[in-house]
Design a binder for this molecule. Structure first.
Ligand code: NAD
Length: 415
């Protein structure tokens, strides 16, 4: 069964196909995944019981280069979910003009419910199942929700055991194992960069702007840090358990220190910070200048789109706004910077990591940060130009640019 996110994605793609005058057959090919895999992963638990998990990998499109995309460890992970997220990766890598395609995968497990040893065993079992499908020239996984650099190190190890030392098979590795400086912070910092440019375009002064961020994970954390450094007041931060609110601005760097000290296992509710605790959804509807949903998908829907009070929305998460809500926000003249543009920083630095691994040579953090800015600025310029010329929203323009590039690559390669 298709995932509800599928309707939203199909809506965005249909608009792009129509705008680009792409015929139905080609549109069908552009929409379909190239290959999908589901595998059984039996795991003997510490208490002796046997639990069977499912692993997934969907390879969506490789017209512009090897498949690329994250691995998610989450109880809700399934094939339909992976299909939508893999397709998003195809458009994201194309918009960033990387020589890569799109993929996504994961395991339907709750990583917090597994011991470290169990997590390692499950990851390595999964790699054994998909080893013939991944590789530095075929498909390069990366972290996503529920996975981190430690999981990437296990993937590197398991793959290299069979195929010889190959750090470029996976990105998001620890620095000691060929990871790139700046990869952990890249997505959040990239979202902050896009926020800065969009705010400037729409007459919002970032210094002193009131900002709400949903999510204080890998993306939300460094996004908050970057914006706070530019003088923004982060008045609300939301998680799955609460919304922390302080009208004078939350002490972001102190919260970041606490999260890092607890190896990212500290809930917002347990943080030592002076703030009111509000309902989970309050982070979305507060009186702010900029709203950054950077947690999970489909949180802004037709049910709450009318309650959004922000003057600008920037998508840190993948698909946090449904197509219907996107239309309602457009009618209210609230600009939305879409995920495939705003959160592309992660895959861009993943690409840099892959390049460094292949060259067997490391870059400095400054080189990574300068190159990231250049890539993001190019994508922002391409979207802005297309949007201005054809009177399209940021999202419509982003899909138009990305789909045009993939369509062109497919036609040039032939069928
Ligand atoms: P994470 O697991 O590190 O953090 C997720 C955050 O979301 C946590 O703060 C959690 O409390 C919060 N959350 C979970 N469920 C929630 C709910 N129902 N309501 C409100 N908050 C909730 O994940 P992440 O890596 O920060 O990824 C966040 C989003 O960004 C995802 O959509 C992911 O696909 C996307 N993304 C991540 C990267 C990356 O490099 N990490 C890159 C591109 C896109």
């Amino acid at each position: 069964m298709a995932h509800p996110m599928n309707d939203t994605l199909n809506c965005y793609l249909a608009e792009a196909f129509e705008f680009l005058d792409i015929d139905a057959e080609q549109a069908f090919l552009l929409s379909l995944p190239n290959r999908e895999v589901r595998c059984e992963l039996p795991l003997r638990r510490r208490d002796g019981s046997l639990r069977v998990f499912q692993g997934y990998r969907v390879q969506h499109n490789r017209s512009r280069g090897p498949f690329k995309g994250g691995l998610r460890f989450h109880p809700d992970m399934d094939l339909a979910h992976a299909q939508v997220l893999a397709s998003l990766m195809t458009w994201k890598t194309a918009l960033a003009d990387l020589p890569l395609g799109g993929a996504k995968g994961g395991i339907n497990c709750d990583p917090h419910d597994l011991t470290l040893t169990e997590r390692e065993a499950l990851t390595k079992k999964f790699v054994r199942q998909i080893a013939c499908l991944i590789g530095p020239d075929t498909d390069i996984p990366a972290p996503d929700i529920g996975t981190d650099e430690r999981v990437m190190a296990w993937i590197y190890d398991a793959y290299s055991g069979d195929f010889g030392d190959e750090p470029a098979v996976v990105t998001g590795k620890p620095l000691e194992l060929g990871g790139s400086p700046g990869r952990t912070q890249a997505t959040g910092r990239g979202v902050a960069r896009l926020t800065e440019w969009a705010a400037q375009r729409h007459g919002i002064d970032l210094a002193g702007a009131r900002v709400a961020v949903q999510g204080f994970g890998n993306v939300g954390r460094y996004l908050c840090e970057s914006l706070a450094r530019q003088g923004a007041r982060i008045v609300a931060i939301g998680s799955s358990g609460t919304t922390l609110y302080n009208g004078d601005g939350l002490p972001v760097s102190r919260m970041l220190e606490q999260a890092e000290a607890a190896e990212n296992h500290l809930a917002l509710t347990d943080m030592d910070v002076r703030a009111e605790q509000l309902a989970v959804d309050a982070v979305l509807t507060g009186d702010v200048d900029i709203l950054l949903p950077a947690a999970v998908e489909c949180v802004i829907t037709e049910q709450n789109a009318a309650d959004i009070r922000a003057r600008l929305v920037v998508e840190g998460a993948n698909m946090p706004v449904t197509a219907e809500a996107d239309r309602l926000l457009r009618e209210r003249d609230i600009p939305v910077v879409p995920d495939i543009l705003a959160n592309a920083g992660g895959v861009i630095v993943s690409y840099f990591e892959w390049v460094q691994n292949r060259q067997r040579m490391g870059w400095t953090e400054e080189q990574v940060s300068d190159a990231l800015d250049r890539h993001l600025a190019r994508a922002w310029k391409a979207v802005s130009r297309c949007g201005a010329e054809a009177k399209l929203s940021y999202r419509q323009a982003a899909y138009a640019v990305a789909v045009r590039r993939v369509d062109r690559a497919m036609r040039l390669r032939g069928f």
